[in-house]
Design a protein around this ligand. Structure first.
Ligand SMILES: NC(=O)c1ccc[n+]([C@@H]2O[C@H](COP(=O)([O-])OP(=O)(O)OC[C@H]3O[C@@H](n4cnc5c(N)ncnc54)[C@H](OP(=O)(O)O)[C@@H]3O)[C@@H](O)[C@H]2O)c1
Length: 385
């Protein structure tokens, strides 16, 4: 029995994780579940899985959560400490699936407690990558990559000497606007940007896929997870999303991981690691797929790629600025306060204006993040006017 907790249990990755856990009740015991506001879905998942702790971040929802859990032995809780308790409590395996930098402190609590962390929350790694990896080495925590690209690379590296790696190749679907003109993209509406051609995901990552900031964040994520410099991590557009990423070795071999675009596959790999479990995800029908195609990424139509690579190469705290400005801009776009084309402009402006020394601690990361949020909040209406 693996004792697990799921942070962000009501989201896209969280519910896919629950789907797998509920298919394998003989293998997993749920200790704690968390959500931001969705008390009913949280209580429902806690009832189904027999979780012992359910944490809701929005404290006004605590009475609703308590009511919905009446008659169970699941404790309802709210507040920062309760969230950290869910992350660092009794579970040996923690799914980190909170969206955004809000997930950083819970992830670090799990790392400090030496847990095995299935990391979906890429923003935590983007903002505090070196600090997180150093802490994991110190505490003995294991960080398993859930993001399909990084999970693919993790699988392609297994059993091979890391000294023989020439480069990593991150594949990208290109998102819903892969073939759109820049002028059309500039005025795209949220419902168009949310329509990912291959993957079904939460709203924030869907918009990041449309701007291709998602691939930029993944570039930074790959650097921290696998320890390679920016110039040895390529991005390759592959519209079918069949190859999830590749590793090229010095002897000329390139190893790829393939699968249908279903997050249950990489989540299951982390859940059962180092074993394998059945997922019921569709298997590949390569005769039906017939063709796989590849394109170079276009950094003119998708400036977020250039911004993310520059932030990584700066070696300072620019990735924190990039991430915070992007989170605010994406939320504003979803609220219809700014245009699609404003997102990358706001991020670039924030990077040009913010102070971003290399963070020495998680407190430094949070201070830079908060300063950018205040600054971008002031700048944004001017940009979109
Ligand atoms: N979705 C995918 O296929 C996918 C693939 C690879 C990586 N990822 C990464 O996985 C993470 C989660 O993505 P997602 O698509 O699952 O997001 P999502 O569907 O929006 O779910 C986010 C989860 O986090 C909770 N949450 C939101 N804000 C929070 C806060 N401030 N504090 C604590 N909890 C909060 C939400 O609770 P409520 O439901 O109550 O709001 C929900 O449980 C992201 O970092 C994303 O980049 C996702």
């Amino acid at each position: 029995m693996r004792r697990i907790s799921i942070l962000g249990a009501t989201g896209s990755v969280g519910t896919s994780t629950l789907d797998l856990v509920e298919r394998h009740p003989d293998r997993f015991e749920v200790v704690a579940l968390t959500a931001a506001t969705n008390a009913i879905a949280l209580a429902d998942a806690a009832r189904r899985t027999g979780a012992k702790l359910a944490v809701i971040v929005d404290e006004t929802k605590l009475p609703e959560l308590r009511d919905a859990l009446a008659g169970t032995d699941c404790r309802a809780a709210t507040g920062h400490d309760a969230l950290l308790e869910a992350a660092a409590g009794d579970a040996e395996w923690v799914m980190a699936a909170i969206v955004g930098c809000a997930g950083l402190e819970p992830v670090m609590a799990a790392v400090e407690a030496g847990r095995t962390i299935a990391l979906a929350n890429k923003e935590a790694l983007v903002t505090a990558g070196s600090l997180m990896i150093d802490a994991a080495k110190r505490t003995g925590a294991t960080v398993l990559p859930v993001d399909s690209e990084h999970n693919a690379i993790f699988q392609c590296l297994a059993g091979n000497s890391h000294d023989g790696v020439a480069k990593l190749i991150l594949t990208a679907s290109g998102g819903p606007f892969r073939t759109w003109s820049k002028a059309d993209m500039d005025v795209a509406r949220p419902e168009q940007a949310l329509k990912h051609p291959n993957w079904s995901m939460g709203a924030k990552i869907s918009i990041d896929s449309a701007t291709m900031m998602n691939k930029g964040l993944e570039l930074i994520e790959a650097h921290h997870l696998f320890g390679l410099p920016s110039d040895r991590i390529d991005i390759l557009v592959h519209p079918q999303s069949v190859i999830h990423s590749m590793v090229e070795y010095v002897d000329g071999s390139t190893i790829a991981q393939l699968g249908s675009p279903d997050m249950r596959i990489p989540i299951a790999h982390c859940l059962a690691w180092p074993e394998r479990i059945e997922t019921r995800a569709e298997t590949l029908d390569l005769i039906k797929i017939a063709n796989l195609s590849f394109e170079a990424p276009d950094e003119v139509r998708f400036p977020s790629l250039r911004l993310a690579r520059a932030a990584l190469e700066s070696g300072k705290g620019e990735a924190i600025v990039l991430n915070a400005a992007n989170e605010i801009a994406v939320a504003a776009f979803l609220d219809r306060k700014i245009a699609f084309g404003d997102i990358a402009r706001i991020v670039e402006q924030a990077i040009n204006q913010a102070e971003s020394p290399a963070p020495q601690s998680i407190a430094d990361v949070i201070a830079i993040d908060q300063a950018v949020r205040r600054q971008v909040g002031l700048v944004m209406p001017m940009v979109s006017a």
